[in-house]
Ligand binder design. Sequence first.
Ligand code: ASC
Length: 125
Amino acid sequence: QFAKPEDAIKYRQGAFQLIKTHFGTLQPVVRGQVPYDKDAVAADIYVLDVVARLPWAAFAEGTQGGGAKDNVWSDPEGFNKAKQNFLDSLKPLTAAADEGDLDKLRAAFAKTGASCKACHDSYRN
Ligand code: ASC
């Protein structure tokens, strides 16, 4: 899939940038800094749920580096669990967005954010 390790690193960093953008868009909404637009939020989370699937194949053996700690590769079970926690957190986020329930959205957003942070704390420099 990737000719060179640098290609994989660039790919996953680009994917995380997309995730950051589509997750970050929700922040002013859950903080009440912009009006809650149900359709816009649902559309954003739909994209988030897709781009969230992208980075993981770009962590193949031999692609160590970028911002990733070596334990991504030395602790694949833990890394996979952290990934899965993040992906699982998107289901209630999607459900809240589809329901149009801002309180549920706020709670689900916090859980997704916690899953981002937990993985970064353990696996990102
Ligand atoms: C973001 C972002 C992260 C997470 C994390 C949550 O918007 O870029 O890395 O949320 O800060 O604690």
